[in-house]
Design a protein around this ligand. Structure first.
Ligand code: KE4
Length: 429
């Protein structure tokens, strides 16, 4: 596979940009190769600057549920751009998208748009602290909520991949108010939330974790979390930046029937453009400036192009049968992958919820951060490189999710399965 132009660009990039990338996981360090530079993408394929085309299972880390360059999304962006790209003032599209989000997500009465998932989650915990007057944020090991200071303790996603247990530059007196406990452990959860010495403002959780690889909540985990936080007047925040409009129109909270107090969204609601959102109960959201005292602002919040791309995306996902078809073919794909792994005797565990999944190179179940870290990341790296050479674009980390999109046909998925079978065989050589 020719990679000369990517190599040249990477050399240039490293002189100008830290690590040569604008987000650490893209550097592909944990999978032992240099990043390829993308020139274009369409449907379920992505093409690099050297002309190599791949079947894409990253989907820009979740936003591209329709596939890339969907004609309705492109038309919406194109038409909107003709009337200008940013006003720094209110415009009709932000009201329309707010209407769609509030109608689709069961727990959201009011919503505020921002420009990234990180902005959404950092604003949500500030709001929870302002609403309760308390300080402590409880999160879960292996869950990643973006790179705001308060979250960088035992985070998932890029931090696991880079092996940074937190991060330099985060003052102790910030992370002193963040407690990270094991995911799926109701005993530790109850003990923590009932600890009278703790002044817990909120719990933030990925209702399906995607950033230690995909890890589903054990039966009852979310219910107990909801019951305890309600009993103790602790704000429950679902970080649905990945799961929002991925698992269902109403995200994980619709999928599991558990309603949080606040929800963070991102990725899909921007249709590939920069959008994040946080929303929830009116009595909490009305605390946000200028209606209330909790300050949050953003130059490009509600950007018309991003709103238009998000609206076009939600129009398509709302069509009858969209999720049924996506989830059915994802289930088929996951089941076939499990059969291939079993035939190849490569120790793997497949965790899948809807169209998000992770094939862990681990023999035992992966139910939390500690068990995820027992996966063989080096073997994942070998698999990654073999699949890339065969034309399959996977997440460059064992601790991320793979996504199936509406643009993946059964033929595309079968092509990926055939290559996975070859790759597994090589892993056992
Ligand atoms: P952004 O600030 O990257 O838009 O969103 C942060 C975020 C918040 N919450 C969840 C559940 C998330 O998954 C993310 C970001 N996801 C990662 C991939 N797992 C983004 C990829 C990257 O960091 O480059």
């Amino acid at each position: 596979m020719k990679t000369e132009l990517s190599a040249q660009l990477f050399t240039q990039a490293k002189a100008l940009i830290p690590g040569g990338v604008h987000s650490p996981v893209r550097a592909c360090r944990s999978v032992g190769c240099d990043p390829l530079f993308v020139s274009k993408a369409s449907g379920c394929t992505i093409t690099d600057v050297d002309g190599n085309t791949f079947l894409d299972f990253v989907g820009s880390w979740g936003p591209m549920i329709l596939g890339h360059a969907h004609p309705e999304v492109l038309d919406a962006i194109r038409q909107t751009a003709l009337d200008g790209t940013s006003f720094g003032a209110s415009s009709p599209l932000e009201v329309e998208l707010a209407t769609q989000v509030c109608a689709a997500v069961p727990s959201i009465d009011m919503v505020r748009f921002v420009s990234s998932g990180t902005e959404a989650t950092m604003s949500a915990i500030r709001l929870a602290r302002g609403y309760t007057g308390r300080k402590v944020v409880v999160k879960f090991d292996g869950c990643y909520h973006g790179h705001a200071d308060s979250f960088l303790v035992k985070a998932g996603s890029g931090v696991i991949t880079l092996g940074i247990p937190g991060s330099p530059g985060v003052p102790d007196d910030i992370v002193r108010n963040t407690l990270s406990i094991p995911y799926n452990d109701v005993a530790v959860l109850e003990q923590t939330l009932r600890d009278p010495s703790l002044d817990v403002a909120c719990v933030i959780v990925e209702p399906v974790a995607g950033n230690m690889g995909v890890v589903a909540p054990k039966p009852g985990f979310l219910r107990v979390l909801r019951e305890l936080t309600r009993e103790l007047d602790i704000v429950l925040i679902f970080d649905e930046v990945i799961t929002g409009f991925r698992l269902a129109p109403g995200g994980a909270q619709e999928h599991f029937g558990i309603l949080p107090d606040l929800t963070c969204l991102g990725k899909i609601i921007g249709g590939g453009l920069p959008v994040g959102a946080y929303g929830g109960r009116r009595e909490i959201m009305s605390m946000v400036a200028p209606e209330g005292p909790v300050y949050q602002a953003g130059t490009l919040s509600g950007n018309p192009l991003a709103m238009a791309a998000g609206l076009a995306t939600l129009r398509v996902v709302r069509r009858p049968g969209f999720y049924e078809e996506l989830n059915e073919k994802s289930a088929w794909f996951g089941a076939e992958l499990e059969k291939i792994a079993a035939r190849s005797s490569v120790p793997t565990t497949l965790n899948r919820v809807g169209s998000m999944m992770t094939c862990f190179f681990a023999a035992d179940p992966v139910v939390d951060y500690a068990s995820a870290l027992r996966a063989d990341a080096a073997r994942y790296g070998q698999h990654y490189r073999q699949m890339l050479a065969g034309g399959i674009w996977l997440a460059p980390s064992q601790f991320e999710a793979a996504f199936v999109s509406a643009a993946h046909s059964r033929q595309h998925l079968q092509q990926a399965l055939d290559l996975a079978e070859l790759s597994f065989k090589k892993l056992m050589d």
